[in-house]
Design a binder for this molecule. Structure first.
Ligand SMILES: [Zn+2]
Length: 165
């Protein structure tokens, strides 16, 4: 749960009480009554494909050898597709030719809802400030993992294999 101690509307110290059957931080002021709903935050994720290879990136803040699909937040008034294309441009310097929704995934550990896309891209890789390294992986060598964007990779691979049968 987000680490709020005071009501962001009126400044009263928050208390924890059941609201709609769940213990939540809430403002005890009767005039205010603000509730920290703590709903999941939507995040776009892109499995980027270029020339038949899938691109994974390592964020500068991550440990060595940790690579993942591109992810990012959606700006106000932006569609998820536009957000995915913008993140791909910012982090990899690539143009997005097509975007297909793989699916929606609850990433409960991060309180996020992932909208995962398969993005076919073109151009020359020019990494943005957040990216330390990029890895190209052939889809046949890609192995899914079971948290975060992993289930989207699993579903994309299984659909791709079915289509290729
Ligand atoms: Zn309040």
């Amino acid at each position: 749960m987000e680490n709020y101690r005071y009501c962001p509307i009126c400044g009263t110290g928050l208390e924890t009480r059941p609201v709609d059957g769940i213990d939540r931080k809430a403002c005890p002021s009767e005039k205010c009554g603000w509730v920290l709903w703590d709903n999941p935050v939507p995040v776009v994720a892109a499995l980027v494909e270029i020339d038949g290879m899938v691109l994974f990136a390592r964020n500068r803040l991550w440990p060595e050898n940790i690579f993942a699909p591109i992810t990012g937040f959606i700006e106000r008034n932006e569609t998820p597709e536009a957000a995915a294309a913008r993140e791909i441009k910012e982090e990899l310097g690539l143009e997005t030719e097509s975007l297909d929704l793989i699916g929606l995934y609850a990433y409960t550990e991060q309180n996020q809802l992932l909208a995962a896309y398969h993005a076919v891209c073109r151009g020359e890789i020019i990494t943005g400030d957040e990216i330390a390294a990029v890895k190209k992986i052939h889809p046949d060598r890609l192995r899914a993992w079971d948290f975060g964007t992993g289930p989207a990779v699993r579903d994309w691979l299984s659909r791709k294999n079915k289509a290729g049968e």
